[in-house]
Design a protein around this ligand. Structure first.
Ligand code: ZN
Length: 243
C-alpha cells in the first residue's frame, strides 16, 4: 500500500492512501493543503476516513466533499456531523481496494476509532498513540485509554503506526525526564540531529514503540514499579500533562 503524508497546521499529518491516480485521506483537518496536493499531482479523491471529531482532523471534510467520489467514514456517535458511514468495533470498510477493520480506542475522545489493514499491517491510529507517547485524555478515563493502548499493543509487532502529530521529540524528552534508558536516549539524539530538516519521524512500529513508549508499560519507571498497571498509567499520564 502506498501511503504519503500531507503536513497540515503546525504539527499535524494528513495521511493519504494512494492506488494509481486515486487517493483516500485520513483526518483531513485542512482542505487547502489537501487540494493543493490533489491538484498538483492530478489525483482523484475517493474516500475520507475520520478517527475522531476534533476540528484539526475534520475541519477540511465539508470543503473536500464536492471533490470526492466516495464516502466519509468515521465513528458512530461522532459529534462532527459530516460522517456518512458510521462505524463501530470490528466493522470493515474497503477503500481503493484495501480493507480496513475498525478498532474502537476511546480515551483521547469517547468516539475515537483506529483503522487497521491486516494484509499490510498498517494502523491509522489518530490521536490515540503517538510515537513515544499517547493522546491527552479530553473525554475518556485513564482506564479506557490504557485499554485502548493495550489493544494497539496486541497487534503484530511489525504493524506500522501512522499517528497524526509530530510529537515524537517532545515525547522522548518527557520520557528521559522519567527514566534513564539508553534506547530512548539514542532515539532522542537521533531525532534531535534531524531537526531543521524536513524530517518526519513516522510511521513508527509497535516493535519500536515497545522500546521507546513508556505508555505501553513494557518499560517501567523503577520508582513506580509497585503500582498496578492502571495506577501506573494514570500517574504517568498525569506527569506528562504537567510536564
Ligand atoms: Zn484529537
Amino acid at each position: 500500500m502506498k501511503i504519503f503524508h500531507i503536513p497540515a497546521f503546525h504539527d499535524n499529518y494528513i495521511w493519504a492512501v494512494q492506488n494509481g491516480d486515486f487517493i483516500s485521506l485520513v483526518d483531513p483537518g485542512d482542505a487547502d493543503v489537501s487540494l493543493d496536493i490533489i491538484k498538483s499531482k492530478n489525483l482523484i479523491l475517493q474516500d475520507i476516513l475520520i478517527t475522531h471529531h476534533h476540528y484539526d482532523h475534520t475541519g477540511g471534510v465539508n470543503a473536500l466533499k464536492k471533490f470526492m467520489k466516495g464516502k466519509v467514514y468515521g465513528p458512530k456517535d461522532c459529534i462532527f456531523d459530516g460522517i456518512e458511514v458510521p462505524l463501530v468495533e470490528n466493522d470493515t470498510l474497503k477503500t481503493l481496494g484495501y480493507c480496513f477493520k475498525v478498532l474502537e480506542t476511546p480515551g483521547h475522545t469517547l468516539d475515537h476509532i483506529c483503522f487497521y489493514n491486516q494484509e499490510d499491517k498498517i494502523l491509522f491510529c489518530g490521536d490515540t498513540l503517538f510515537s513515544a507517547g499517547c493522546g491527552r485524555l479530553f473525554e475518556g478515563t485513564y482506564d479506557q485509554m490504557h485499554d485502548s493502548l493495550q489493544k494497539i499493543n496486541s497487534l503484530p509487532a511489525e504493524t506500522k503506526l501512522f499517528c497524526t502529530h509530530e510529537y515524537t521529540l517532545a515525547n522522548l524528552n518527557f520520557a528521559l525526564s522519567q527514566i534513564n534508558d539508553s534506547e530512548i536516549a539514542k532515539e532522542f539524539k537521533y531525532l534531535e540531529s534531524k531537526q531543521g530538516e524536513s524530517f518526519i519521524s513516522l510511521p513508527t512500529t509497535i516493535k519500536k514503540e515497545r522500546r521507546i513508549n513508556l505508555f505501553l508499560l513494557e518499560k517501567r519507571i523503577p520508582e513506580l514499579s509497585h503500582l498496578s498497571d492502571l495506577d501506573y498509567f494514570s500517574e504517568l499520564r498525569q506527569r506528562k500533562d504537567s510536564f
